[in-house]
Design a protein around this ligand. Structure first.
Ligand code: GAP
Length: 434
């Protein structure tokens, strides 16, 4: 079957809603632009991405510790970090209908111009539009103005001294964090790609103020992060690194490279690697004293900043596969929401259901397992393939005779008979968890 690029996006949006990955936010009230809710399967997929990231970035490294900072911080943080002044997008306004769009988004501009058929469009001059989302705290007037964090990063920097004082970590070291960020985006769109509320997974890696050393670490993280996505299944031809031009860089970045995905709407960023030099710690007037040399200095920072929502969307797009009428999400087993599904061959045969339930309960102690007793086996396979479940286990009459079940592989559709008491070992091995 031919599938055009835009078709693919439509198919993912429809699958995401139908099977419980991603729903429009506040849908029963007409939705709210730029906000999305994750359903049962989307929540699992996102949780798996975050868990794998934390495993690799924190648990497997002795030089990284974690933090979970507050979303709302003293507004002085944002003044010092430069966000109140410089965290902006360029905006232009259509002089016919007064709709505002990002000046740097050519596609949106062209699409908008098409809505005014046969009319000559004029746009206003570019204006800078601040992306920070304001909130008001307390009950007495005037309420205290604060901001929802526009990047999770500043919570790491303002705790730099707390972390060096309360742990034994020494430079070079990293602080990892996962959490929500908010941006008052002018034109949210492309499904969950550009949202106003999203999640980031970030590492801030602190090094001595030595340009050569910082560049070496910057190169290291570029390679490491691209490999991470590839190991989890992103196809080599769909991922690339792209260096920022000097006029594209955020106000804090001395150098920046995006990890981009070849999406149906073009090559798009889903992680940024930044050399933030001593910008942030310098602005917060924070220094580090080397415990051996007693030399005091402002460390430099190399940052890896990934978007959990964009990774979720791109993993879904990359995994989507059709074979005739069959839709298969070929998600890496570590990402798949369910690791296996258990079926009794027939839902009305008590012996089969009891035996299948036993298997379901014993495997559920180790893995997230689906149960399905509806319809026929073919429909159940079809349904599990569409959500990326790597294996389906069927309990049939032979199970009652010889304690074996069929295990069917999502990608090859091959089936093999396995002893019930060997299933845990089989999955440990096949899912690469051991
Ligand atoms: N601390 C650095 C920082 O925030 P960024 O390049 O602005 O850098 C990092 O953002 C990542 O956050 C992006 O690569 C993207 O995955 C995600 N992100 C940024 N804005 C987003 C938005 N409006 N919607 C969804 N994800 C977004």
């Amino acid at each position: 079957m031919m599938k055009t690029s835009m078709n693919l996006m439509d198919k993912i949006v429809s699958l995401a809603k139908r099977r419980g990955f991603i729903y429009p936010g506040s849908e029963i009230y007409g939705g709210l632009t730029g906000f999305w809710d994750y359903g049962p399967l989307g929540t699992e997929l996102k949780a798996n991405i975050k868990r794998l990231w934390w495993n690799d970035m924190v648990y497997k490294r002795s030089d990284v510790v974690g933090i979970d900072a507050a979303i709302i911080m003293n507004p002085e943080v944002w003044k010092a970090s430069g966000h109140l002044e410089a965290f902006t997008d360029p905006l232009i306004e259509c002089k016919i209908c007064h709709q505002r769009v990002r000046a740097d988004n050519i596609e949106v501009k062209i699409d908008h111009e098409k809505t005014h058929k046969n009319k000559k469009i004029e746009w206003t001059q570019k204006k800078s539009f601040n992306l920070m989302t304001e909130v008001f705290l307390g009950v007495t007037q005037p309420k205290q103005k604060a901001y929802l964090r526009g990047e999770i990063t500043q919570g790491v920097f303002v705790n730099f001294r707390n972390i060096t004082d309360s742990t034994r970590i020494k430079i070079p070291f990293g602080i990892a964090q996962i959490g929500k960020a908010f941006r008052n985006e002018i034109t949210p769109g492309n499904f969950s790609f550009r949202s106003r509320e999203f999640e980031q997974m970030e590492l801030e890696y602190f090094v001595a103020p030595d340009q050569k050393e910082a560049e070496k670490i910057f190169e290291f993280w570029k390679k490491e992060r691209v490999e991470w996505y590839k190991t989890l299944g992103i196809k080599t031809e769909n991922i690339r690194l792209r260096d920022h031009e000097p006029d594209e860089r955020a106000h804090y970045a001395l150098a920046a490279t995006d990890i981009e995905y070849k999406s149906p709407f073009g090559w798009k960023e889903f992680e940024g690697i930044h050399n933030r030099s001593d910008w942030d710690l310098g602005r917060h007037k924070l220094t580090y004293k080397d415990p051996e040399t007693q030399k005091e200095y402002t460390p430099w920072v190399i940052e890896t900043s990934g978007g959990v929502d964009r990774a979720t969307l791109f993993f879904l797009l990359d995994a989507y596969h059709e074979e005739g009428e069959r839709v298969i999400l070929k998600l890496h087993p570590h990402l798949a929401p369910f690791k296996a599904a258990v079926f009794p061959l027939l839902a009305n045969k008590e012996d089969l259901v009891r035996s299948a339930r036993d298997i379901y309960q014993s495997l559920s102690k180790h893995y997230y397992i689906a149960w399905d007793a509806r319809g026929n086996i073919g429909k159940r396979y079809f349904s599990q393939d569409e959500i990326g479940t790597p294996f389906c286990i069927t309990v049939d009459y032979d199970t009652l005779k010889n304690d074996t079940v069929t295990v069917r592989d999502r990608d090859t559709t091959k089936q093999e008979r396995i002893k019930k008491d060997k299933l845990k070992d089989f999955f440990d091995n096949a899912l690469h968890f051991n």
